[in-house]
Design a protein around this ligand. Structure first.
Ligand SMILES: C[S@@+](CC[C@H](N)C(=O)[O-])C[C@H]1O[C@@H](n2cnc3c(N)ncnc32)[C@H](O)[C@@H]1O
Length: 368
């Protein structure tokens, strides 16, 4: 059953032979991020119709355009500062960054003039791809390999689900050279969802003032189950031991854990909504974001504009429909030192975020 990149498989086998069964996070780290052979770090990962899976970003530019409006509102909320940073992590081939910058230049020119876009990208091959996508915006974009202090907004789409995670009471071992799960009840090393929590610590430490917006698929604590997904060429594989280094491995996010850790780091919970509500909140605040042709029935005579409208309608339907991406994805916003009202337009149709995230105690009670 074991299949995938032969060199990577041999490296993983050698590690297990030498040290014994490894926690799943270690296996996932190598499968996705081994510097030479990992699914993402090798540049092999393909997202979109001809790739392994779809994301919000690969649906089309409308996703970045809607988020550009949300970022512009945040910029206003922070007093229209100069040197406003949009920090993106998990930018893949740079499509989202390009869509945001192109739309900001066209629709929010003052915001565009004030912003700089920072991509946090540890992998050189992905930096190169992003740089190609960003050819029009060279003076706006900078790259770092890890987070650095910033004021503005941190954005990620499907970053958290790709961070290495442990499976409670399970390690990866070998049986006749095939990878297998080995049950080790009460194994302390398999407990923590450590990389996502470390990541929140790092974001909180580097955010001087502003917001963090995370989009991903997950559950709150009472509904959370460890549900691993392994995807290649738009197929769900049965096991993470198939197509090692050639398939994506993801895990649903436990939003309550993330939010609790954020609060412990002094961040505020600024919003929690499913994607349907979040994007509808932005659209209803900025209806002018839809191309003016789509609001003007006289333009329907033009074949070109009609084709464009149909494309946008299809993209919006995919992002918003409850049985497509509208409910599967959720959006969490965190904030620091913003004063006054925290509510962003994306959350105008959302419930109280702390209650919805099952953060039942008040912060002062948690510290007792
Ligand atoms: C599931 S993909 C999502 C890509 C893109 N955001 C999208 O929605 O199409 C996850 C991405 O996160 C990146 N990633 C994982 N850990 C990272 C880290 N520590 N810093 C920056 N990017 C990271 C991976 O390389 C990969 O490109």
């Amino acid at each position: 059953m074991t299949s995938g990149d032969p060199a990577l498989i041999e490296l993983l086998r050698a590690e297990i032979r030498e040290h014994g069964p490894v926690p799943f996070a270690g296996f996932m780290e190598q499968a996705l991020y081994h510097p030479e052979h990992g699914y993402y770090s090798s540049g092999r990962a393909a997202i979109g119709r001809r790739g392994d899976y779809f994301t919000n970003v690969s649906v089309g530019p409308i996703f970045g355009q809607l988020l550009a409006a949300q970022f512009a509102e945040i910029w206003q909320r922070l007093g229209q500062i100069g040197n406003f940073a949009i920090v993106e992590q998990g930018a893949h081939h740079g499509d989202f960054a390009r869509d945001v910058l192109a739309w900001a230049r066209e629709r929010f020119p003052k915001f565009f003039a004030a912003l700089r876009y920072q991509i946090v990208e540890p992998f050189p091959i992905l930096q190169d791809r992003q740089s190609e996508a960003m050819a029009d915006f060279r003076d706006k974009v900078e790259w770092t390999t890890s987070l650095t202090p910033f004021t503005g907004v941190h954005f990620s789409n499907e970053l958290l689900d790709a961070l290495p995670i442990n499976l409670l009471g399970k390690r990866v071992g070998l049986a006749d050279d095939e990878f297998v799960f080995v049950e080790i009840p009460d194994d302390p090393e398999t407990k923590a969802n450590q990389s996502a929590l470390d990541w929140i610590d790092a974001v909180a430490a580097n955010l001087r003032r502003g917001f963090v917006i995370m989009i991903d698929y997950g559950h709150t604590r009472s509904r959370f189950r460890h549900s691993l997904q392994v995807r290649a060429q738009h197929r769900h594989l049965d096991s993470p031991f198939e197509q090692i280094g050639r398939a994506d491995i993801t895990m649903h996010v436990n939003w309550t854990d993330i939010a609790q850790r954020a609060e412990a780091n002094g961040l505020g919970i600024a919003g929690f909504a499913d994607q349907l509500r979040f994007l509808t909140g932005i659209l209803s605040t900025y209806p002018q974001l839809l191309p003016s042709d789509s609001l003007d029935s006289t333009a329907l005579s033009s074949q070109v504009s009609r084709a464009g409208e149909q494309k946008i309608a299809r993209e919006l339907q995919t992002l918003l429909h409850p049985e497509m991406l509208g409910r599967a994805f959720q959006v969490v916003a965190l904030s620091k030192d913003i004063g006054g009202s925290q509510q962003l337009c994306g959350f105008k149709f959302a419930r109280d975020p702390r209650a919805a995230l099952e953060l039942t105690q008040h912060r002062w009670q948690q510290s007792l």
